[in-house]
Design a protein around this ligand. Structure first.
Ligand code: SF4
Ligand code: FE
Length: 479
């Protein structure tokens, strides 16, 4: 069982999964400069759980075993669990100012728990029992899972079975007595290179004819035929070059994403939780999306709190803190951060019990939260750029500061107020640059589904008919 950060690092080294980055295999992910920050961030989910003051948020009592487990492996049992999840995410974000990746698998576990129950009710299958056994195993081992939902999708105008290449959506290529063989890939997989297993789920609602694509199953990342290809991020080379230039050297910019390829991977039946039930793909996807959208005001709210602090510090170092427009802009940043957090708390508070017994956040409010995040994070970043100044785009490198000949000029001309070192000023400006840069913003836009996916949810769940009725009645219009 993994308890400490050291246990976690060892488990990743022991896993021996096949990871590529920039065309090279990565023999040990825990020491690679481009991967280590993401691992440090995910490790916080273990470290904080061991601290008595955070035990209430970071752990929960398993309804399956009665044991205390890491909350990231827990099935929500009430509204309090839903709210604690959001509080926990904000707390971890304060420690990392980055994505700690473990929520995706957490949400996949909860969505699959609810949906396997429903499938069994309708089809008389035994997926929920299998899944419950699997949950006990994950809780016991305290593993990190990847929430494997997003397929590459190829030609977006065509259904899975109509693609020129049938693997563009992950599918069952063979059904055997002892299990299934799957092929395909999952894209943009947050935390994949530092997780233990992937929970494969369908990427969208499916129709008859696409049964081979209706597959939910758990695959260890070291299974034969699984290949992970880690993606590039803005400024990722800086991680290897300089701690200071990296901005947030310990935890990186945002979660590390990978393309996870399944090249004829065998999955035994006890790890298969849906196979061909196209009628449940839509609800599984919607539940996963809702559970993940619930999070965004928590984690991004927490990251934004740190950004507000970084901006306040930079302004102090630069002597602008007393300017009234600076104070106003910092207040606006805080307002935007609290607004997204409010959404996460609200959708949790309005959560309800599903037939499986697991609790589920209000889907419309969770959706609203995520859509607000995709907007507010850009506004918060815009204000950060405004108050920090153009210096975050022109700042010389750490190697210039340390240079025997030109270092003195950097020291002299990059200085702010008296009594604050140039190095401190450069560090805080780099942190702001890192937190408001390319990859971090794009993740807030598209993580947990692109904004258009949230608009589609409004069209589906927004009860526009009812709203029309209210308006009609008030306007005195007869049917
Ligand atoms: Fe968790 Fe936020 Fe990262 Fe998603 S973006 S995995 S919710 S920290
Ligand atoms: Fe995300």
């Amino acid at each position: 069982m993994i308890r400490t950060k050291e246990d976690y690092l060892k488990s990743l080294r022991d896993l021996g999964h096949l990871v590529y980055f920039k065309g090279e295999p990565v023999p040990d992910v825990t020491v690679h400069p481009s991967l280590a920050p993401h691992i440090n961030a995910a490790a916080k989910t273990y470290e904080l759980a061991l601290m008595p003051e955070h035990e209430d948020l970071l752990t929960a009592t398993s309804h399956l075993t009665g044991k205390r487990v890491n909350r990231f492996t827990h099935i929500h049992q009430n509204v309090d669990d839903l709210i604690k999840k959001v509080q926990m995410l904000r707390l971890i974000a304060h420690e990392t100012a980055s994505c700690f990746q473990r929520c995706v698998g957490f949400d996949g576990l909860n969505a699959t728990y609810m949906t396997t129950y429903d499938i069994d009710q309708k089809h008389g299958t035994d997926y929920h029992k299998r899944f419950t056994e699997y949950m006990k195993y994950i809780q016991e081992e305290n593993f990190i899972l990847v929430g494997g939902m997003t397929d590459p999708k190829g030609d977006r105008s065509k259904s899975p079975s109509k693609q020129a290449d049938p693997d563009l959506f992950t599918r069952v290529v063979e059904r055997r007595e002892d299990g299934v063989v799957i092929s395909g890939a999952k894209a943009h997989q947050t935390g994949a290179v530092n997780s233990h297993e992937i929970l494969v789920m369908p990427t969208m609602a499916l129709r008859e004819g696409d049964e081979d694509y209706a597959i939910t199953c758990a695959v260890p990342l070291n299974a034969k035929g699984v290949i992970l290809i880690f993606g590039r991020q803005t400024n990722d080379e800086r991680k290897a070059e300089s701690q200071m230039d990296a901005g947030n050297p310990d935890f990186g910019m945002v979660g590390g994403e990978a393309l996870v390829v399944f090249d004829n991977v065998f999955v035994p039946w006890d790890r298969v939780f849906m196979c061909g039930e196209v009628d449940f793909c839509g609800s599984l996807v919607e539940r996963f999306a809702t559970l993940h959208r619930q999070n965004y005001g928590g984690c991004k709210g927490g990251v934004s709190d740190v950004l507000v602090g970084a901006c306040a510090l930079a302004c102090e170092y630069q002597g602008t803190m007393k300017a009234s427009h600076i104070k106003d802009k910092l207040a606006e940043m805080m307002h935007l951060a609290e607004t997204i957090y409010t959404g996460s708390v609200a959708c949790s508070a309005m959560g309800y019990e599903t037939d499986s017994g697991a609790y589920y956040p209000d889907p419309v409010l969770a959706n609203c939260t995520k859509l607000n995040v995709s907007r507010n994070i850009y506004k918060i970043a815009q204000l950060a750029h405004d108050v920090a100044g153009g210096i975050i785009a022109t700042l010389p490198a750490e190697s210039d500061l340390r240079h025997p000949e030109i270092g003195k000029y950097i020291e002299k001309y990059m200085a702010g107020v008296e009594g604050v070192s140039t190095e401190a000023r450069m560090k805080i400006l780099r942190l702001i640059e890192n937190m408001t840069g390319g990859t971090a913003l794009v993740e807030s836009m598209h993580g947990a589904g692109s904004p258009q996916a949230q608009k589609v949810m409004y069209q589906r769940l927004g009860k526009i008919d009812m709203k029309v009725k209210w308006a009609k009645k008030l306007a005195g219009i007869e049917d």
